[in-house]
Every structure is written in C-alpha cells, then in structure tokens.
Design a protein. Structure first.
Length: 433
C-alpha cells in the first residue's frame, strides 16, 4: 500500500483549507473557553474567537513558547479535565521544569493515525516486522512508533534503546524489516553489525525511520549503503504530538506534514513576520485536532522551509525541508534535548565549582559524547587530588540524574576557561553531521 489515508494525504489544497478552517475555528473556541492562559493572551492581543474565521486569521493569534509550558508546569495548558487524560509524556530532563504533555484517548488515536501514515510512507505494511529501538518511557519516540506500527497491523518488536548486541541478534533472528531509532544509533548499529561479522544479506531489513535529532544527506547515504536500506527522515516534537509531525516519502525530498492535524508556518524569528513558501525560518505549529494539549502557533525554534508543490509520490501535503538548525542553544545529545542553562543550574546548585564552564560535544564511533570542563575555585585548586575527584564525581552524578545523560567531567585550573566580552561561548560542538 502506498498511502495510509489517501483522502487526507492527497487532498486538494481547496479541500484541505476547508478542513483546516473548520478545525481551527473549533480549536480556538475550545482553548479560549477552557484554558485561562490562552484567554488572557488573546484578550491582551484584542482577539476573540469570533475573529478567527479562516486560516488566514492565524496571524492574529498570539504565539506560544516552550517557556509558557514551563511557567504553567505541569498541567496549566491542558484543555480538558485531567480525568480525560490517558497518557502523559515529558521532554528530556528528569527533574525541574520539563515540558509535560498530555493526551486524551482521541489524541492517542490521532497519534497512531499520523504514525501509521509515516510508517506506510516508509514502505511498511501489516507484513512488516518493526523493531522499535527508540527509548520507551516519557520520551515520545518509542511509544509513538509503537502505536503507529500496531495501527497498520505490523508485528511490533518493542525492544527500546540500547543493548546493541541484542538489537543485532533480534534483527537477524526475528526477521526485522524496518528499524526505528535515531540516525546516530543507526550508524552505530551498522558499524557493530560489520564488527560482529553479519552481512547485509543475513538481514531482511528494508527501511529505517530515523529522527529525533538532525542528520545530513551524507549520513543518510552512509546508513543506506552500510545497512542496504531506505533511510527515511521523520520529525516531531513532544509538544505537538511526538514523532508523526512530518515524515519523508520514498522520494526523500522533504517531510510531508499531516496538515489536517497540524498547520505549519515559517516565520522570521526576530521580526515574527510570516514568511512566504520556500523561505527559511523558524517553524511554527498550530494543532487543530488535539484535545489534551492544543497548541496555538507554537514556536519550535527549529529552522526549516515549506514547499507546497505536489510531490512525485502523489501526496499534496506540504513538505518541510530537513531541519537545518535551531534559533536557540538547545543541543541534542544522544537524542536527549539539553540546554546549556540546565547544566549551569546543576553546577550552581552544587556550588563547589566556579560558574565558568565549557561543554565539548563530539561524536566518537558514531555516538555523541559530552565533556564538561568546569573551573575550580582557588580553594579547591589548592586542595588534594582526592577532593577534586570527589567533586568531579558529584557533578557527573548530578548531571546524570538531572538531565539523564552521562558526561565526562573535568575540573580545570582557575581562570583557564576563556572569558568573553560579549555572549559567553559555552559550547564547542565538534560533531560533523
Ligand atoms: O524527538 C520526537 C521524535 C521521536 C521525533 C522520534 C522523531 C523520532 P522531543 O524530544 O520533544 O521529541 O524533541 C524535539 O528534536 O524540536 C527538533 O529540534 C529535534 N528533532 C526531532 N526530529 C528531528 C529530525 C522528539 N528529523 C526536537 N531532524 C525538535 C532534526 C529533529 N531534528
């Protein structure tokens, strides 16, 4: 099967606009009446639900930011009674004000639907064996792919992330035809496969759906060659729904967005002006079917562009280009979203080192590494080595339990981290992606 839902995936622009208008009007009414935060914001802007008649009126609505989700943590933006929420996910980071997202039963159904479209466009069907090697848990990757795979009737192998040897054995023994993981893990799997003496022909693998972090065309080529598969880019973010917000078709020329659920815009992130199709800028989403956590003009901070031309695959759904960067300083390290400010808070909390630090991110054997250099205070510097090691261990432990990523921590001599007269340079990203 080529499409999962041909009606919506190949709808004429005219019809799609009609669907979007109707759904947008309903969403705006709902959030105005059910979410005080949105009501206040709209009132401040002088907009009422009645002012929103078509998607042309989107620009009258205020933007929503990640910070708004943090400020209203955990459930302040939910638009239904909590008893209607059947699932909660959260973005990376195990403590503090992470972004919490909630789904009603219908939202879970919508998620399975958009993921079913994604997997079908990657060539999967009820005959497929889908190995889900994204993490299961609060991260949306594992369960998102899982529900989509069940929806199309494939056989799901819910192995979750890690344990590479087992992944390879299962891939071979269970006859996996599609793998879902981050592109960097796919590279690592390819390498380990060769190392373990497996040949491409030993596997039934045909395709992979890779996302959750940026990756390049050259990385795609390498994965495709080494694993002998079609490598499909899939995009998503927890706030909007998780994976399933956009995905490539076999043409590999942009990721189709299920516009009957999510309306994209591209804006200039400084002037907030909406840019015409084809322009590069910040991607903004409005959800028009979500019940638990509807989002109005959500600023993703991801840089992309939109192409409304009909695709060779027959889909009319708009395509977003590969994400080429971010407008903020968020890093994605082994699939975990990390803001340098989170690391800074950990250091300040521990209080035994100076708040001068440098994050060095690299990719070794296809796996991201993080090294944190932290300046010692003069006191500690004159202390014994054992104490220095104790502090390093403490910082490492705290980073791991707060952010959920492992890091190498090194205390360096006072005044050795370069001071800046302008914006401090906190990150050196050596990864060639
Ligand atoms: O990463 C959801 C997901 C899971 C997508 C599995 C695809 C596959 P978050 O943890 O909320 O959600 O992180 C969202 O990850 O704003 C982008 O910066 C980045 N990102 C996600 N997919 C891609 C991609 C999931 N294909 C953030 N290319 C987003 C580049 C991506 N960046």
């Amino acid at each position: 099967m080529k499409y999962w839902n041909q009606t919506y995936e190949c709808m004429s622009r005219e019809e799609m606009t009609r669907v979007q208008n109707e759904r947008l009007i309903n969403t705006v009414k709902r959030i105005y009446h059910n979410v005080p935060f949105y009501r206040d914001k709209m009132q401040k802007k002088g907009v009422e639900p009645g002012d929103i008649k078509t998607i042309e009126d989107l620009k009258k609505l205020p933007f929503t930011y990640k910070q708004d989700l943090r400020d209203t943590y955990p459930y302040g933006l939910f638009a239904v009674p909590l008893s209607e929420i059947v699932r909660i996910h959260a973005s990376s980071g195990t403590t503090g004000r992470q972004t919490v997202v909630g789904y009603t039963r219908r939202d879970i159904d919508t998620w399975a639907e958009v993921m079913a479209r994604t997997l079908t466009s990657a060539g999967a069907s009820k005959e497929s064996f889908i190995q889900v090697a994204y993490g299961y848990g609060l991260f949306t990757g594992g369960l998102g792919v899982h529900y989509g795979a069940e929806r199309i009737g494939a056989s799901v192998i819910p192995i979750s992330g890690g344990n590479t040897k087992r992944q390879l054995q299962i891939m071979k023994d269970f006859g996996t035809t599609l793998i879902a993981c981050t592109p960097s893990y796919a590279m690592y799997l390819a390498e380990e496969l060769e190392e373990a003496g497996f040949k491409k022909g030993d596997l039934k693998l045909k395709a992979g759906v890779f996302g959750a972090e940026p990756w390049s065309e050259s990385m795609r080529k390498e994965i495709e060659e080494r694993l002998g598969i079609l490598a499909i880019d899939i995009y998503g973010l927890s706030e909007v729904i998780g994976p399933g917000v956009a995905s490539e078709c076999p043409c590999q020329c942009g990721m189709h967005i299920p516009e009957d659920h999510f309306i994209p815009e591209i804006i200039n992130s400084d002037t907030e002006e909406v840019l015409p199709p084809g322009s590069k800028g910040e991607l903004v989403f409005t959800t028009i079917t979500k019940e638990g956590l509807p989002l109005i003009r959500y600023r993703t901070r991801d840089i992309s562009s939109l192409n409304y031309d009909k695709c060779e695959c027959g889909r009319t759904a708009v395509r977003m280009s590969k994400v080429s960067g971010r407008t903020d300083d968020m890093l994605i390290i082994r699939g975990v979203n990390v803001f340098p400010s989170q690391i800074e808070s950990v250091l300040l909390e521990i209080g035994e080192a100076a708040p001068h630090y440098l994050l060095i991110v690299d990719r070794v054997d296809n796996l991201d590494t993080l090294e944190i250099l932290v300046e010692m205070t003069q006191n500690i510097f004159s202390d014994e080595i054992r104490r220095i090691e104790d502090i390093e261990r403490k910082i490492r432990h705290e980073i791991e339990s707060t952010l959920g990523i492992s890091a190498k921590v090194k205390l360096v001599e006072p005044k050795t981290i370069e001071r800046s007269e302008g914006k401090a340079k906190r990150v050196i990203d050596k990864r060639v992606i």
